[in-house]
Ligand binder design. Structure first.
Ligand code: ATP
Length: 502
């Protein structure tokens, strides 16, 4: 920032330890009014830790902060809100058992009290108005929050942060949870903040997106800030190099432009229907990467759940052709050599209070049995260490509890525990959500290796470049139905796909 700009927020010499881990090591950052600042760094570099201290979620060990010119030491997120700082954190921070409207004003319901009683009608009305004010479709504000999708929950968190009328809005990896239509609305919100002279601090692992959306970028590495640069003078490769401290070589995605897989059909889906989609049918071939995309509400994430029988089908079948088995439960799916990585890693996939070892071995139980069929502690350790090593999980060891890992490192465990197994069909819902550029390219390489060995993959994703870069076949869903099937050789372009999606 230049010397003439008004400083809105300042943090100086912030330090935070978790045991021996120095998560923030003398971090200083200054944000100006009307500035959109990006914060980027590898998984575990300390971004969320910094945000937690600013948002009043975690106390600092040392360091000073000011907000709007006054000393700032938030006791909790409500206190941060009172100082005009609104934050959307990386992990979902809503109470599932409360209505959407109540979550939006949680801890701030006093203004809806009349004679000591909450005026729920006024609260719901105000919640609906918040959605309208920011041009989001109004969600059912009286419904329980637990009934919403991951994406919808993120929007509720965003609306909650916006409802405090913040001078500083902090967004920790929100875009990766959103489909294109909601991303567009979010970018309009960010523009409005800039135009109104307010400030945004945003974290995303998508370097191109960050350069597009922000004015300047602060880069973190190993708990320290290494650089802050203006977006006008910087390329995506520059940012990546500063993040990892070296050049990242090679392309992310596969280079061939023709679909390539075997004739053998490994899974056949017919007329699959439930509350989220209708009449979905396709064949999945050995070694095929089959991508699914669609706007929010198209049903792609629910389809992934249904293929693995986590969500019931009302009609239709998912059949594994080799054994002619119709999949009716996740257990049966696992026995039929299927694996599933859900989008909601903390609620649907991982046991966050348990260790890396327990989480790996739950999914890879077949690999951890000894000769007599009992669980072998030695094999459990071997398999867990293999995941940590192969996926470069930043941790002190396999006994570390998942909740102590950064978001991206949790995702590495979530994905790695399936990818090390001898599976024939993998269903990957947003496989690279929250992982940094280096790990992303490793995941894509692992997918290509698995493909060569004949593993068939269904990749559901909100990232079109990822699907365009990796899929043999792309299925575009619209309004709960399959709207188009495209082959790699037809050359997928974002324009073509978006045209079908809209
Ligand atoms: N509650 C905790 N207990 C122990 N260690 C923690 C805890 N929270 C974070 N850490 C450690 O602090 C370091 C920084 O983590 P942080 O979540 O800030 O990284 P990040 O840059 O946000 O990563 P990501 O991109 O993966 O979200 C990591 O090594 C992480 O394991």
């Amino acid at each position: 920032m230049s010397g003439t700009e008004k400083v809105i927020f300042r943090a100086e010499h912030m330090k935070k330890y978790f045991g021996a881990t120095h998560a923030n090591d003398d971090v200083s950052i200054t944000l100006a009014a009307g500035e959109v600042r990006g914060l980027i760094g590898e998984n575990g570099s300390g971004k969320s830790t910094l945000i937690s201290m600013i948002a009043g979620l975690a106390p600092r060990d040392s360091g000073e902060m000011t907000m709007n010119g006054a000393a700032y030491l938030p006791q909790n997120p409500i206190d941060a809100g009172d100082h005009k700082i609104g934050t959307v954190v990386q992990e979902l921070g809503l109470v599932d058992g409360l209505p959407v409207g109540v979550n939006i004003f949680l801890g701030r319901t006093k203004r809806f009290e009349k004679g000591g009683v909450l005026d729920m009608k006024a609260l719901y009305q105000a919640a609906a108005e918040q959605f309208e004010q920011w041009n989001f479709p109004v969600f059912p504000v009286q419904s329980l929050t637990g009934s919403l999708s991951v994406e919808e929950k993120k929007i509720v968190e965003l609306i909650r942060a916006l409802s405090i009328d913040p001078d500083l809005l902090i967004l920790d990896e929100i875009t990766q949870a959103l489909s294109l239509n909601y991303r567009d609305i979010l970018f309009e919100v960010i523009k409005k903040f800039r135009n109104d002279g307010k400030t945004v601090l945003m974290v995303t692992h998508d370097v191109e997106e960050m350069i597009e959306a922000t004015d300047s970028i602060t880069i973190m590495r190993d708990g320290k800030i290494v650089e802050t640069c203006q977006c006008d003078d910087i390329s995506p490769d520059d940012v990546k190099r500063m993040m990892v401290g070296r050049d990242l070589e090679g392309d992310y995605y596969r280079s061939d432009q023709v679909e390539s897989y075997e004739d053998e059909v490994v899974m056949s889906v017919e007329g699959l229907t439930n509350d989220a989609f209708e009449g979905v049918g396709f064949d999945l071939h050995k070694g095929e990467i089959l991508g699914f995309c669609g706007l929010s509400g198209a049903g792609i994430h629910e389809l992934a759940e249904t293929l693995f029988a986590v969500r019931p089908a009302w009609s239709g079948t998912v059949r594994i052709t080799k054994t002619n088995t119709i999949i009716k439960s996740p257990r049966q799916a696992m026995l039929e050599k299927m694996g599933y990585v859900p989008k909601d890693r903390d609620k649907q996939a991982l046991m966050v209070s348990d260790s890396i070892e327990d989480n790996v071995c739950l999914a890879a139980v077949d690999m951890t049995q000894g000769r007599l069929g009992f669980l072998s502690p030695r094999r459990r350790r071997e398999v867990s260490n293999r995941v940590v090593k192969k996926f470069d999980v930043k941790t002190k060891g396999i006994t570390q509890v998942i909740s102590g890992l950064s978001g991206g490192n949790r995702q590495k465990v979530n994905l790695g525990r399936w990818m090390i197994q001898d599976k024939e069909v993998l269903i990957l819902d947003c496989p690279t959500r929250g992982v940094d550029v280096g790990v992303k390219s490793y995941i894509y390489r692992s997918m290509m290796e698995a493909k060569k060995q004949g593993v068939a993959m269904i990749v559901v994703s909100d990232e079109l470049p990822e699907l365009i870069g990796m899929a043999d076949t792309l299925m575009v869903m619209k309004a709960s139905r399959l709207a188009a099937v495209m082959k790699r050789s037809e050359v997928f372009t974002e324009e073509k796909i978006i045209e079908v999606m809209l």
